[in-house]
Design a protein around this ligand. Structure first.
Ligand SMILES: Nc1ncnc2c1ncn2[C@@H]1O[C@H](COP(=O)(O)OP(=O)(O)O)[C@@H](O)[C@H]1O
Ligand SMILES: [Mg+2]
Length: 258
């Protein structure tokens, strides 16, 4: 059984009869796998990702489909169950970590909060774990970073801190939505290395949402290509990049080579 299976997901703008913004999307992520969801801006990638965690904008609604995670259909689960899944089993990493952190609390406090909610560690254990996590994601001087506020870190450091928070409670899956789009090319490469390290050392799975086929090529085992709400092509990443079948994929690749 796959870790995550999205089956025929259809998302509509509530109360509107017009074309769905996500149409019959099917996708699976196996344990330990990194799967890419790639497509141009507006193709429905974020909507697909948010559907998994029940984080859709209230203006949007899932009209059909199933999202099976560890054997349970998340679309039928109660909010209090989903709250435990979020962060505890599936974490999300966003493009702009400033939005993900609360500006008035230190980084350490916010990672600690995550551990309080999702583990039964005491405060000493949580502090130790927080420092380990900051070290694991490659932040220098964890003792200092733990006391820093989000705005005191550089963009690259903040992204690492958000990754530390995302993996804090030992989730099985990370959904990363354009995780490096706000970073320069050098920092993007570092974050890709960090994802590879996390997968190798912790056995985590990733659903990587991006418009960047280059990133997918570096990181993903399999890739699904999304265009106007639909998955138009899916397969081994090397195959998609070497022998794209769909016109749209060829165009995405063309844009990459320019
Ligand atoms: N809250 C919303 N209300 C109306 N339309 C939306 C809303 N959220 C997203 N959309 C539309 O759905 C489409 C897909 O959006 P999105 O999932 O964000 O795409 P992507 O992440 O691939 O850029 C876009 O055309 C977008 O304008
Ligand atoms: Mg998006």
């Amino acid at each position: 059984m796959s870790l995550l299976t999205i089956k025929d997901l259809t998302v509509v703008i509530d109360n509107q009869a017009q074309t769905p913004i996500v149409k019959n999307v099917s996708l699976r992520v196996e344990a330990g796998e990194i799967v890419g969801l790639v497509g141009a801006s507006g193709s429905g990638k974020t909507t697909t990702g948010y559907s998994v965690l029940g984080l859709l904008d209230p203006a949007l609604a899932v009209r059909a489909g199933e999202i099976i995670f560890k054997g349970k259909n998340l679309l039928r689960c109660q909010e209090d169950y989903l709250r435990k899944v979020r962060g505890g089993q599936i974490s999300m990493i966003f493009q702009e970590p400033l939005n993900a952190f609360n500006p008035v609390f230190s980084i350490g406090y916010q990672i600690d909060e995550m551990l309080q909610f999702h583990s039964d560690m005491n405060s000493e254990q949580r502090h130790k774990r927080t420092l380990e996590l900051l070290d694991l994601v490659g932040l220098p001087e964890p003792q200092r970073v733990v006391k820093n506020y989000p705005h005191q870190l550089s963009g690259g450091m903040r992204q690492r801190a958000m990754i530390a928070q995302a993996i804090a409670a030992n989730p099985a899956l990370i959904i990363a939505d354009e995780p490096t789009s706000s970073l320069d090319v050098t920092l993007q490469a570092r974050i890709i290395e960090l994802f590879q390290k996390i997968r190798k050392e912790l056995g985590l799975s990733f659903l990587l949402i991006t418009h960047d086929l280059g990133m997918v090529g570096h990181l993903c085992d399999r890739t699904a290509v999304m265009c106007q709400g639909e998955i138009v092509e899916t397969g081994e990443t090397t195959k998609i990049i070497d022998e794209p079948q769909h016109e749209y994929t060829k165009r995405l690749l063309g844009a990459l080579k320019v």
